[in-house]
Design a protein around this ligand. Structure first.
Ligand SMILES: [Zn+2]
Length: 90
């Protein structure tokens, strides 16, 4: 697994011919970090499942990678597992 996800995300964007959904721009800047999108349930941020198997190191969120549009700043997010930036833990 690469430590810098930007190459994987950039290749994914190119292979799928993805454009910015906000402005149609094609200059998308993939980011190197894998981040976790955490759920909000009932207006409260859920920070733990209490079960390490159910999430990313015990977190209930979804690992994502991002790219920003150089033209309008829109942030695109993709599943880190789906694009191949990390493996599923279970
Ligand atoms: Zn844009």
């Amino acid at each position: 697994m690469p430590t810098d996800a930007s190459q994987v995300v950039g290749a994914w964007i190119t292979s799928k011919n993805i454009k910015c959904p906000a402005c149609g721009g094609t200059k998308l800047d993939p980011k190197p970090q894998i981040t976790i999108s955490l759920p909000v349930v009932g207006g409260r941020l859920v920070t733990s499942t209490g079960h390490r198997r159910l999430g990313f190191g015990g977190l209930p969120g979804m690992p994502v990678v991002a790219a920003t549009c150089d033209d309008c700043g829109y942030v695109l997010q993709f599943s880190a597992i789906k694009v191949g930036a990390m493996q599923k833990a279970y």
